[in-house]
Design a protein around this ligand. Structure first.
Ligand SMILES: [Zn+2]
Length: 110
């Protein structure tokens, strides 16, 4: 099912990229597909890196063993988030689940 969805998305994106015509006022010009794709992908990678760095600096707590850990930036950047929780694999008990962000550090400031 996921492969079929990915195939549909790739086909529609490639169909859209086949003709990239830019209109600026009265002028119009054909733009090569890579001039749109490469900056977009580079921007997404930079955004995911900084979001991942920010989230990985926060202490996460495992829902099963209650131990805390700091995930890698790519683990939090490419996972599902919901209400301050992210699907992560605990390095202590190897369980994958919604690990909440510990707000203990916020209180240590005061
Ligand atoms: Zn655990």
């Amino acid at each position: 099912m996921k492969k079929r969805m990915l195939c549909c998305v790739l086909c529609s994106v490639s169909a859209m990229l086949a003709s990239c015509e830019v209109h600026w006022g009265e002028k119009s010009a054909d733009v090569p597909w890579w001039l749109i794709v490469i900056p977009t992908v580079a921007f997404l990678i930079v955004v995911l890196y900084f979001v991942g760095k920010h989230l990985s600096s926060k202490e996460h707590v495992c829902p099963r063993c209650e131990k805390s850990f700091y995930p890698k930036w790519w683990q939090v950047a490419f996972t599902v988030h919901k209400n301050g929780e992210g699907v992560l694999r605990c390095p202590h008990c190897k369980t994958k689940g919604f690990c909440r962000v510990s707000h203990k550090e916020d209180w240590d400031v005061w």
